[in-house]
Design a protein around this ligand. Structure first.
Ligand code: GLC
Length: 659
């Protein structure tokens, strides 16, 4: 087995290490593992993650330096001793003491989960070796549907009543969609773990579309969950948890601690004697076009984890110690202090669904809305105890500040745009009206024409930075602001009013535009870097993406307007099957199948199915969104008002709701 580990690392990761010396140290460490008590069963689930080469270079420190395992933990404890649960009994990983951390953690984790191995060995939990080093000190249970567990879930505790859902007849389009969705399933050690991004049988160059993307899997997961099939989702959540970056390293551009990969692939690697083994190989953006960091992955993972609990009623998954640690690691990564002045999350360009340069660096709405949703999910899911109370408090404070900031500063309607149009600039004071020094010239003609006359319509802008308001309408961000109640109830209603009023622009022939309007001419040259895939009204630059349909449906159901979603679903249903389930559509009104659009795109298929299911059972839908949380508003710690910082009062909280 150790030979196999060496082989895998040799094949896949040797190139990633900075020098031969570090390589030797890794191999030594693997041999050490061989002497330890960590004897895996027949099928070790190997999850590749990126190891820091820098530490191995320090050969003399390998023994005397705090061990990789304990240094991990110590790092946490120093930084934030209350927030992360340290596995009890854990001992340094790379010392002379011949005790196995893994074995100890195994025994601890066992008490949190029933498990068997890949080969149905019920006596030994599976262990992810993570290249044999820097093991995430937690164990994943056998990822097989455990019927007993399901029975054990008290019916009363089930998050959602499933009455009326069975027996719903599928039409031809839905039947094909289900068949295609099932075809896209990826298995790992004989268990389903996700769905590939696209599966076009005629496509000989799938690029990375043959991988399981975290964000793309969300609609697949919901479709399965809503159909009562939870195994694949549970497997996905646990396997991706094991891929989560565990060590913060800067050298050689390894990912930050807590980062979730953008995607992963199941690779089959040869062993001796015609045998093969499967490994999970994550991509944190190191292979992605443009090397974009998948900031949204962790946020989606948390949102999906909550949805899993709500729909299945199985809350034991989110209560597991490794899952709790995973949530906190993502939250800590997002909540870490930086140089930022705002409660919004500062990110690079292309860090979300729009994973190419599109001028969305800074504080894009999409990330903020997903961040808010993930924080609300985390606040519900983190087990309250002494060690978690600080992070829960931090989350609550951030939620309050974030919603205030977005509601106040991202919202535009006709009146607000008129106000900006008349802004004075260069105001130096605590009570400046034009806090971000926006030059009125930014209010461009398209916006003045486009913004609805009615004060009942408006939207949240795409981005806000010093002297920069990105007035483009980004659909995903606006929809998730509705779903998560990041916007006020009135704003949320107004966003849907805008979509209805601007139906031809935002829906046209195919729901829904990813953003409006497209960048053209010199703006396209400068902002996209002359990206030939993102030409005006194509792909991320004003293309139409059917996968946005399920999120639109959820938002419409939440706001009591399912008929709007039905209209969009009916439109999509007319074309998707005939067009072979494209990834996106081009042109101003979404008439053409996208220039470079993949066909049989899984999240198009799954998004359609999920929309159908949600409409058929709005009661389930209601478990997936959030209502306004008065407690959050009341407990907000600081509000930036015209007169600077001041304490939030109950009255101020109420007034926010009425905005
Ligand atoms: C494209 C999309 C991205 C998606 C991926 C796989 O890169 O921009 O959002 O996750 O394809 O479908």
């Amino acid at each position: 087995m150790l030979d196999a580990i060496k082989l895998v690392i040799n094949n896949e990761h040797k190139k990633a290490f900075c020098n031969l010396r570090s390589w030797t140290l890794i191999m030594n460490a693997i041999t050490f593992l061989g002497n330890s008590t960590m004897i895996p069963s027949q099928c070790i689930l190997r999850a590749f993650t990126r190891i820091s080469p820098s530490k191995y270079i320090r050969d003399t420190s390998f023994r005397s330096y705090p061990s990789r395992f304990s240094s991990c933990i110590n790092q946490y404890r120093n930084a934030d001793s209350d927030r992360i649960i340290r596995p009890t009994n854990a001992v340094p990983f790379c010392t002379d003491r011949q005790s196995s951390v893994t074995a100890q953690v195994v025994s601890e984790a066992r008490s949190h989960s029933a498990s068997t191995t890949c080969a149905n060995d019920t006596t030994l939990d599976q262990i992810y070796t993570k290249n044999g080093l820097n093991v995430k000190p937690l164990v994943v249970e056998r990822l097989k549907r455990d019927e007993k567990d399901e029975e054990a879930v008290n019916e009363d505790e089930k998050g959602v009543k499933r009455d009326g859902f069975e027996g719903v007849k599928c039409n031809d389009v839905e039947e094909e969609a289900w068949r295609l969705l099932r075809d896209s399933i990826v298995t790992y050690c004989d268990s389903p773990v996700g769905t590939v991004a696209a599966k076009d049988p005629t496509d000989t160059t799938p690029s990375n579309y043959d991988q399981v993307f975290i964000r793309d899997f969300v609609p697949s997961a919901l479709a399965f969950l809503l159909k009562g099939e939870s195994e694949i989702v549970r497997n996905f959540l646990l396997h991706t948890l094991q891929l989560q970056s565990w060590e913060k390293t800067v050298d050689c551009y390894s990912p930050g601690q807590g980062l979730m990969p953008a995607s992963f692939k199941v690779r089959t690697l040869p062993l001796e004697e015609d045998k093969f083994e499967e490994v999970l190989d994550p991509d944190f953006g190191e292979a992605a076009i443009g090397r974009v960091a998948p900031v949204d992955s962790g946020l989606w993972w948390i949102i999906l984890l909550r949805a899993y609990g709500k729909i299945t009623g199985d809350y034991s998954l989110q209560e597991r110690i490794d899952v709790q640690t995973g949530i906190k690691m993502i939250a800590n990564l997002c909540l870490a202090d930086g140089f930022d002045m705002f409660p919004t999350l500062l990110v690079t360009d292309g860090s979300c669904m729009i994973d190419r340069r599109m001028g969305i660096h800074g504080h894009p709405l999409e990330i903020q809305a997903l961040f808010y949703s993930a924080l609300r999910s985390s606040r519900e899911m983190i087990t309250v105890n002494d060690s978690s109370k600080n992070i829960i408090k931090t989350i609550s404070n951030r939620l309050s500040a974030l919603s205030f900031h977005i509601r106040e500063n991202y919202w535009v309607d006709k009146n607000k745009i008129n106000e900006i149009y008349r802004y004075k600039t260069e105001e130096y004071s605590m009570d400046a009206t034009n806090k971000f020094n926006i030059y009125p010239e930014q209010v461009s003609p398209w916006l003045m024409d486009w913004v609805p006359e009615s004060p009942e319509s408006g939207f949240l802008i795409g981005n806000l930075q010093p002297a920069h308001m990105d007035f483009r309408f980004f659909t995903l961000g606006n929809l998730w602001s509705i779903i998560s109640s990041l916007g006020t109830p009135k704003q949320n209603q107004a966003i849907l009013n805008l979509v209805e009023e601007k139906w031809d622009d935002l829906v046209g022939h195919m729901p829904l535009k990813i953003c409006y309007p497209a960048l053209e001419s010199s703006e396209w040259h400068i902002i996209t870097g002359s990206d030939p895939k993102n030409t005006p009204w194509s792909y991320h630059n004003g293309g139409s993406w059917p996968t946005l349909l399920w999120q639109f449906t959820l938002a419409c159901i939440k706001m009591g307007r399912p008929e709007l979603a039905e209209k969009a679903v009916t439109l999509a249903e007319k074309r998707l099957q005939a067009d072979r389930w494209p990834e996106y559509y081009d042109t101003r009104d979404g008439k053409f199948i996208g220039k470079q659009s993949r066909l049989y795109q899984t999240w198009t298929i799954a998004g359609f199915l999920t929309s159908k299911q949600l409409l058929q059972n709005p009661e389930i839908a209601s478990s997936l969104f959030w209502e306004e949380d008065l407690e959050l508003l009341e407990s907000c710690v600081c509000v930036l008002t015209k007169s600077g910082r001041k304490k939030c009062s109950r009255a101020a909280a109420k007034s926010q709701i009425l905005i």
